[in-house]
Design a protein around this ligand. Structure first.
Ligand code: GCW
Length: 667
């Protein structure tokens, strides 16, 4: 494989459909994205199979017919056999003996249809008689880049920023096109291009100093059906407007935003809107002026409204100046407590962006209780592809495994109340913090490409299983066959292994402060971030039940009841909800302490197996890919060893109780 090409590799086998039929195509439609869909069909057939294509003037002599329903319908024979309606951004593919068709009702749908057709072709998964009809479940499928204009990336593990250098937009155009292709091919349709912590030069992105360059970047993504969504700084009226306040109810502030946003739209008329992190971790926001988040968001939304823009408003709002001595505060409650009372108060072009869990992308967290509870508010879910707490793209951690479980979470045990059922309804989409940078392989760890791929696929269809995604990605990237199957197996083993050697049973933040890689059991124990586990000689955990912080009561009744009772609580999350003694008996009859020891010995061993499995592929893989992944696996094994031994030693020292199976715990 060539790392840079990701899931668009040069194919070593002939396509599973006849070459002449792929070669001679007929198309009908109009528009920039339509044109580009046809161009992508041609470009990728050439690139991946070296098949030159030829547009034929007569539909009957074409092997592949592709285009927009409205333009093709009058021409297509047998149109009564086509689906009556193809939904927005959806497509229909039919493979015939003589002729195949790829049609869509809109341009983006055609583009997605072309990518899907080619992906299936690469997997050898198309044959005459096949029909494929798909449409995205949710409208918004977004990548959030936390890139700074100086070229650094907050929580980036794959090199410098794709977009910026030295406080300018500076990028390799060809590389940006390749990135747009990767994103669009898995259905991404929005990209936010700067860190939600909008500091220094980034504040000026919405000014004429930067807008021409931002408009050029928007033009790179536009043919791929992707619209930009920059992050705004709430205090911009002060920092760039020269006003003395950023109070959202001050008419001068509202007028300034209206003017500034109109200016932005003069440069980029199809801008998707903006994303805002307010009153969070030092960012400015409406609280500073005694205003609510609805008041803050609605003021900006009003300025976006005439341009058809949407405001994405993040719910990551919590007190980051807590006192560890104070047991009455519970950070897990914060987003719910800050936003539930505002349900119904947001303007119709505001969407709340809610992190999937109540804390912060920890290895094991429950799903945030706001999902399903907000009844009159539009919202999207935020995930994290970049591996901030999941191993920095040194450790392998296949995130669709986690996301599948999030999508399956039932918010209320009612009809259609799982996260995946809410998608496309009140849950209007998914955003994820990107894991890409200037490293040649885009993602640092080559196998972390699977997380980017997997996010797109799952945002498109939240009902997809992670196993299917792992196999699909591996087959596309390494070619179908034994190697791909083996790699899919490694991917699927990786998240459970990571969970096992990391903080136990839903305890969070046992990581090295600041950088968030490697164990530091009490690193966040006496900090201001609200991240405590309060381990003592007898017990560990925060009591979040009705006897404690009351967090369990924020869920709909069925979940509240399950989480409240340690015997019914999912064991993996036991210590997220409960404070328990080390001798608490778990379902397997062993104590909590023994389960902590066991999972940590097992987790390390699982990594060792992953490394050996990878080594078994040495002769099947490109040398560079093999070596670079191997060196990361070796670092992961070392990291897993530190986690295992530090966790086990910590609890051994607290309790003085040895491992029941006599394995070595260092003292
Ligand atoms: O917890 C934090 C991360 C920050 C990030 C923040 C957020 C962009 O450690 O680096 O800031 O989450 O999501 O806003």
């Amino acid at each position: 494989m060539k790392e840079y090409d990701c899931w668009f590799q040069k194919q070593t086998q002939a396509p599973c459909l006849s070459v002449p039929s792929l070669k001679r195509f007929f198309s009908a439609g109009a528009g920039m994205v339509y044109d580009h869909a046809i161009a992508e069909y041609r470009f990728l057939l050439k690139k991946c199979w070296d098949i030159p294509t030829e547009a034929v003037p007569d539909l009957r002599s074409a092997g592949t017919v592709l285009g927009l329903v409205a333009d093709l319908n009058p021409l297509l024979p047998g149109k009564e056999t086509l689906p009556a309606k193809i939904p927005a951004e959806g497509f229909y593919i039919r493979i015939g003996h003589e002729q195949s068709i790829i049609i869509a009702a809109d341009e983006a749908g055609l583009l997605y249809g072309v990518y899907r057709f080619l992906a299936l072709l690469m997997q050898g998964a198309l044959k005459p008689g096949d029909e494929i009809q798909e449409a995205p479940t949710a409208r918004l499928r977004m990548l959030n880049h936390w890139d700074n204009l100086d070229g650094s990336i907050e929580r980036g593990y794959a090199g410098r920023s794709l977009f910026y250098q030295d406080n300018h937009l500076q990028y390799d155009k060809e590389r940006m096109v390749a990135y747009a292709r990767l994103a669009a091919s898995v259905g991404i349709n929005r990209i936010s291009i700067n860190n939600v912590n909008v500091r220094s030069a980034a504040k000026l992105l919405i000014t004429e100093a930067y807008l021409p360059a931002v408009a050029e970047l928007a033009a790179v993504f536009r043919p791929f059906g992707i619209r930009l969504l920059p992050a705004l700084n709430f205090a911009a009226p002060k920092s760039i407007g020269g006003l003395s306040t950023a109070d959202p109810l001050d008419p001068a502030v509202a007028a300034w935003w209206k003017e500034q946003i109109s200016l932005v739209y003069r440069y980029i008329p199809d801008l998707a809107g903006f994303i805002v992190k307010a009153d969070s971790e030092g960012e400015s926001g409406p609280f500073q002026y005694g205003r609510t988040h609805a008041e803050g968001a609605n003021m900006l939304a009003a300025a976006l409204k005439p341009h058809g823009g949407e405001l994405i408003w993040r719910c990551f709002v919590y007190n980051c100046q807590q006192d560890w001595r104070d047991h009455s505060m519970d950070r897990a409650r914060a987003a719910y407590d800050n936003f539930i009372a505002l349900d119904g108060q947001f303007a119709d072009n505001v969407l709340l962006q809610i992190k999937y869990g109540p804390l912060d992308f920890q290895v094991l967290e429950p799903v945030m209780p706001l999902f399903g509870a907000l009844k009159n508010t539009r919202y999207v879910m935020e995930l994290q592809i970049t591996q901030e707490y999941t191993g920095h793209q040194i450790d392998l951690c296949f995130l669709p495994w986690l996301w599948e479980r999030i999508m399956a979470f039932d918010t209320a045990y009612g009809p259609q109340s799982r996260i995946r059922d809410l998608a496309g309804k009140s849950l209007e989409g998914f955003a994820a913090v990107a894991n890409t940078g200037r490293d040649t392989n885009w993602t640092g760890h080559t196998l972390a490409q699977a997380n980017l791929y997997g996010f797109g696929r799952m945002a498109w269809n939240p009902a997809l299983e992670s196993e299917a995604i792992a196999r699909e990605w591996s087959a596309l990237t390494f070619g179908p066959g034994h190697t791909a199957e083996t790699i899919a197996g490694i991917l699927l083993a990786s998240y459970p292994a990571y969970e096992n050697y990391n903080a136990p049973f839903g305890i969070c933040f046992m990581v090295t402060p600041g950088i968030h890689y490697g164990p530091n059991i009490e690193g966040y124990e006496f900090s201001k971030w609200g991240t405590y586990h309060r381990a003592d000689r007898k017990a560990i955990g925060v009591d979040r039940t009705s006897q404690g912080t009351g967090y369990t009561g924020l869920y709909a009744p069925e979940n509240a009841r399950r989480f409240e009772d340690p015997a019914q609580c999912p064991e993996k999350l036991l210590l997220f909800f409960h404070r328990l003694n080390y001798d608490y008996r778990m379902k397997n009859g062993e104590t909590l302490l023994q389960n902590i020891y066991d999972t940590h010995f097992v987790g390390y061993d699982q990594v060792a197996v992953m490394v050996e499995t990878w080594k078994s592929l040495e002769n099947d893989l490109d040398g560079e890919v093999y070596d670079s992944v191997l060196s990361r696996f070796e670092r992961q094994l070392e990291n897993a060893r530190e986690w295992r031994d530090q966790i086990n030693t910590y609890f051994y020292r607290k309790t003085g109780i040895a491992d029941a199976r006599g394995r070595r715990i260092y003292d």
